[in-house]
Structures are given as structure tokens and as C-alpha cells.
Design a protein around this ligand. Structure first.
Ligand code: SF4
Length: 338
């Protein structure tokens, strides 16, 4: 393997080139080097904390190779931990770093990466009408950003015309899907040494993000008084799970009603894998309304049931009719529950 291939594989550790290097080195899970497991753990922790992963290893072949080998080892460790929200954060971190690298690749390399991802595409070479892609393939990328939705694309005879920038964005979304869907891997034959590392990583990945955030909660908000339904959504959001629109709306309207400020809610929503500050801010401000009056009241228990978000805990919830009633009676026990 040459230096160029190693550098490419390090930039795109999901690629065929990277898989070939892993196969050539004969990576054996029973005997993974400490240097490789250390890199794998760094990848996982950086993704769990939603930090940028930029190892800056230049031209050192051994370090590049360790990075390439660490990627499948990290996926194995994540598969042992078995938390989809961590798969999503991991895939998101590599999709974002690939997005940055893809922007400076040649047209030919972009074409090769597309082929490697199984994307059937027709290239024009013109940056404004760079690629043509079938509608179904485009929809499979499942874009959440409004500007990438099908309705905002140029459509000609059933095919989408993408500029070079849009195509790079499409590729990075396809990379997210490829990495996310490659987990969980089969963990039946995994040695105990990797299981031990995974257990300790799991505790770190979760406790650090929870502690860091709960330390920021201030004022009158008492997360330990949240009802079970909201606690569940809150924990899912903090751990980076991809909540549905209804779940996000329910959580945001509850937090607004509990008195949490827009900035704090945005800090929580930043954990979402596809967080967009502009859209989130707009939605939260709409929910919050102006003055003391919120525009959208949080859902009642009956509504929560119809959304299938009620996880009533008989002992805890008792006869409560509204999640806010539950919260107020626990957060401010001397006040009369409303
Ligand atoms: S009963 Fe109400 S407060 Fe309790 S989990 Fe269901 S929706 Fe939430």
C-alpha cells in the first residue's frame, strides 16, 4: 500500500480502499494493538461528545494505518455498546469530516467515491449542472434540510440535477447512511478484552454528555422532577438520538412551559444528529411566543397517549392528567399542583 492510498483511506475509512488496507494488514480482533484500540476509543468519545475529529497525523504511515484499522474496531466497540444514538453520532462525525474533504477532491475522485457508494450517476463536468441522479436514489438520502428537499431541486425527466456543491452534500449524506447502516456488526466472536473496553466506553460516553449538560441547567428547571414521558425524550435528545418531529415538538413545548429559556433549549437540541440552529431557533421561538404566554401549550396525558409517547408509570404518575401537573407537583411540592 502506498502513502496516497493510506491518506485516502484515512479521509474515507468507509471506502473500498480502506477495506482493502484492513484486509491486507490481516486485522485480527483477537489481537488488536493498543495503539489501534486507543484510536478507536478516541473516535467514539469524540463522536459521542459531538466534537470534531481531526487527528492531524500528516504523512506518518504507521499512524495513518492505525487510523484506518481503528475505524472497523470502533464500529465493533459501538456494536457491543448497542446504542443506536451512538451509531448515529459516529456516522455523523465521519459524514461531516468527509463533507469537508470532498469539497477539495477532483471531479474524478468524486465520481469514484460515488461509484464506491453504489450511486449510479451521470456527470456533466459543469459545476452548475454537475451530476444527474435518479429520483428514487435522491430520495433514499432522506435529507432533512429544507434546501435539499426534493421540492427545492431541479427536476428534469425524472432526474435531479445537482450542482457540484449539492452533489458533495448528497455524497456526505450517503456516507452517513452507509456508516449508520453498517452497525450493529456481528459481535458473537468478540474477545473479552474488547467487551471490557466497550463497557467502560459506554459509561464514559453517556455519563460525560449527561453530566456536562446537567451542570449547565440552572434557574428553576429541575430535570429530576420531569415525568417519565419527558425524562425519556430528554435523555434521548441528550444522548443524540434522532427524535421524530412530534417528539421534538413535545419536548420543546414542555421545556418552554417549564420556564426554560430559548438558549438552553437550543443547547439541548444541539445534540440532535441533524441539528440546524436556524430552524430550531425559529421553531422554539414560535412555541415560546411572546411575553408570559406560550403559543403552543405542552400536550396533555391524553394527547401524549394518542402520540404513543405516554409511558405511564402507575406508581409515579398516579391520576395525573398533564405532564406539567406532574412536574410542578414534584419540582415545587409546596405549591398547589395546577
Ligand atoms: S401519564 Fe402523563 S405524565 Fe405520566 S408518562 Fe403518561 S403522559 Fe407522561
Amino acid at each position: 500500500m502506498n502513502l496516497e492510498d493510506l491518506q485516502f483511506a484515512q479521509r474515507y475509512p468507509f471506502s473500498g480502499t480502506a477495506r482493502k488496507i484492513v484486509a491486507e494488514t490481516g486485522l485480527n480482533l483477537q489481537d488488536v494493538s493498543e495503539a489501534v484500540t486507543e484510536r478507536a476509543q478516541k473516535m467514539i468519545l469524540a463522536s459521542a461528545k459531538q466534537q470534531k475529529y481531526d487527528p492531524q497525523i500528516g504523512n506518518y504511515e504507521e499512524l495513518l494505518q492505525n487510523e484506518v484499522l481503528a475505524f472497523p474496531v470502533a464500529k465493533i466497540l459501538l456494536s457491543i455498546i448497542a446504542k443506536p444514538e451512538l451509531y448515529s453520532k459516529f456516522a455523523n462525525m465521519f459524514s461531516k469530516s468527509a463533507f469537508v474533504s470532498l469539497q477539495s477532491e477532483s471531479d474524478e475522485t468524486l465520481c469514484d467515491i460515488a461509484k464506491d457508494l453504489g450511486i449510479i450517476i451521470k456527470f456533466s463536468g459543469n459545476p452548475e449542472e454537475f451530476a444527474e441522479i435518479g429520483m428514487l436514489q435522491y430520495l433514499s438520502a432522506d435529507f432533512r434540510e429544507d434546501f435539499m428537499k426534493l421540492a427545492n431541486q431541479r427536476l428534469e425527466k425524472g432526474r435531479i440535477i445537482l450542482s457540484k456543491n449539492e452533489f458533495v452534500r448528497f455524497l456526505s449524506q450517503a456516507i452517513y447512511k452507509k456508516i449508520f447502516s453498517s452497525m450493529p456488526a456481528d459481535t458473537k466472536q468478540i474477545p473479552n478484552s474488547l467487551k471490557t473496553i466497550a463497557n467502560s466506553l459506554s459509561k464514559q460516553a453517556f455519563s460525560e454528555s449527561f453530566q456536562a449538560f446537567n451542570a449547565k441547567l440552572s434557574g428553576n428547571i429541575k430535570a429530576d422532577a420531569f415525568p417519565p414521558c419527558i425524562s425519556e425524550l430528554y435523555a434521548k435528545m441528550l444522548s443524540g438520538a434522532n427524535l421524530s418531529h412530534t417528539e421534538r415538538f413535545t419536548l420543546a413545548s414542555f421545556l418552554v412551559s417549564a420556564g426554560m429559556g430559548t438558549e438552553q433549549i437550543i443547547a439541548i437540541f444541539k445534540n440532535a444528529p441533524n441539528f440546524n440552529e436556524k430552524i430550531s431557533r425559529y421553531q422554539i421561538e414560535r412555541i415560546a411566543g411572546s411575553g408570559n404566554k406560550t403559543n403552543y401549550a405542552p400536550a396533555s396525558c391524553a394527547k401524549m397517549k394518542s402520540y404513543k409517547l405516554c409511558i405511564r408509570n402507575g406508581e409515579l404518575c398516579g391520576n395525573v392528567k398533564h405532564p406539567m401537573q406532574f412536574y410542578r407537583s414534584r419540582a415545587f411540592p409546596r405549591r398547589k399542583a395546577q
